[in-house]
Design a protein around this ligand. Sequence first.
Ligand SMILES: [Zn+2]
Length: 317
Amino acid sequence: MKKLILMALCLNIQAFNQKVRDLSDECPETRNFHHIVQLGSKKQYISCNKIHQYDRIISNISAIAPYAPKVSLIIHRASGNASFDYGGNISIPQSLIFPGKYGHTIYGNQFKISSIFAHEYGHAVFNEELKKREFFKVFNLYSRRISELRVKNLLAYTNGNIGNMINRTKDQMNDLSERRKQLDYIKMRDFITAYSELYADVVATYLVNQKSDIFEALYHDSLNDRQYEMLKARSFSNHGDWEDFYHTPHSLFAKTRAYIGKEYWPKTQAEKKKYLSVILKAIMAEIDKKYSEYSTFNAKRLNNDLIARLEEIRKTL
Ligand SMILES: [Zn+2]
């Protein structure tokens, strides 16, 4: 009996090793978040000021974007990674650090986390349009459920693990992730992701009127030559040998980015709003036309067709 109690105690201690703060309580009066949680050590301080800054970024994007979905915000330990999870959660690091080539840590420009956050929210905007498509519906449904479970799971660390919520939600998430992996959509995910990365970069760079904003946010001097080239592909003022960029979803639309930087660079708030809507429609028209045969198109063709479509619309604007 004693042993059982001890084991139960150990399990609970293990469960509560994870430090989670429920910032929705600590920082009320945000408009655009369902939940705000922070993972990691309690020493990793993040101010409500910062949270309100993220909230304002969404409000500012809402003023120019075709959709303004509410999301949950998960702030994790310092890293160089951020994500939107296809459901409803944006994860961003508490501060920006990159691994240096000699094993040292490089501190990124902390002000640029806002740009990375805006980029991730751009994915959420893109998702709102994509989820109207039949081929994305079930994937989206599972993803939304996984997002909700993830928040529930994290909040159980701070609100109490009633009914073993931590393990229960973890099992449910694993089960759904496995089922999600079996969906046909997985096969074409890279094809869609390249478009989503392009659109998310447009949203983030429009917001601050800075063509090389994402490049600057992720730049550090320990990048190797290839990483540097791939990052350059994110700039809207890049002029390169396009075929060098065709190999990753983040860089595939480098040529289209350069075209947008030249022909779709907004001068006013009204133009930002118009162009964000036009670009999303053009991308979706391309996806609708090509998704059933996505594997037959190469990157060069995908760029040229999207640019041609945008150019056609531009003449009517
Ligand atoms: Zn992205």
